[in-house]
Design a protein around this ligand. Structure first.
Ligand code: CMP
Length: 235
């Protein structure tokens, strides 16, 4: 479960200390990162990087959130992941030297902290703890990708949507009074792409789950009221 603390990003070194991949670094290395890092802001819906272009920067999300996606042969968007504050992306091209594996698009106005490839590689050579945290996060992403493949094999749209909501709860939610709350639920269109169904089906099924007291929706805020019942729909 992602527990998001509000981070004071006015100070880069305080922000970096809260980023899991950098949290074990000593003050001197954090100061160095603060000096060599580049800050960039992206407006909602803007393309941060495009599949197949060469990659020479590592990105950390200081504020906001992004979606990682690819376009399939029929022109349909496949969402691979949604990442938020303190997550990183762009490591694959840096590590294997191939082109960008996916598109990255800002889901809201977002501030990013960028590190050049040579500097990021220097950090990996010198800091085994950064390597270990990176490997741990990459393992988590393989587990999440395995789960997404499993979700797509479910025959029933209700089951796929329930599984996507549970996974979003795990990635973006926080626990409040024993219930999972997602403050900024992705758009129905994005949930539909995650569950391989239409936006209309997502709206209809989510409304049905609200009527049954399993979910509660207020604007973009979603509460999972009955986790067990939602889980039981994943068949
Ligand atoms: P890179 O290939 O350099 O550029 C696109 C980035 O999207 C990639 O690095 C990863 O950081 C990220 N990415 C690609 N696939 C996934 C995935 N399945 N889950 C999370 N992030 C991903």
């Amino acid at each position: 479960m992602a527990i998001i603390e509000k981070i004071d990003i006015d100070s880069d070194s305080i922000f970096l200390k809260h980023v899991p991949i950098f949290s074990e670094l000593d003050d001197e290395t954090l100061e160095w990162l603060t000096d060599i890092g580049i800050r960039k802001s992206f407006k909602k819906d803007s393309m941060i990087m495009q599949e197949k272009e060469p990659g020479n920067m590592f990105f950390v999300i200081a504020t906001g959130s992004v979606k990682i996606s690819r376009i399939n042969n029929e022109g349909r968007e496949i969402i691979l992941a949604i990442l938020q504050q303190s997550n990183f992306f762009g490591e694959m091209s840096i590590l294997d030297g191939f082109s960008r594996s996916a598109n990255v698009i800002a889901l809201e106005d977002s501030d990013l902290f960028l590190i050049k490839r040579e500097e990021f590689n220097n950090l990996l050579y010198k800091q085994p703890k950064v390597c270990l945290t990176l490997l741990k996060e990459l393992s988590k992403r393989i587990r999440d990708a395995d789960m997404k493949i499993k979700i797509l094999t479910l025959k029933d749209a209700v089951g796929r949507i329930a599984a996507v909501l549970l996974q979003l709860g795990d990635e973006l939610g926080k626990v409040n009074n024993g219930q999972i709350v997602i403050d900024k639920l992705p758009l129905r269109h994005d949930i539909a792409n995650l569950a391989s169904t239409s936006r209309e089906t997502v709206s209809r099924i989510m409304q049905g789950l609200c009527n049954k007291g399993i979910l509660e929706l207020h604007g973009s805020k979603l509460k999972i009221l009955d986790y067990e019942k939602l889980k039981n729909l994943v068949v």
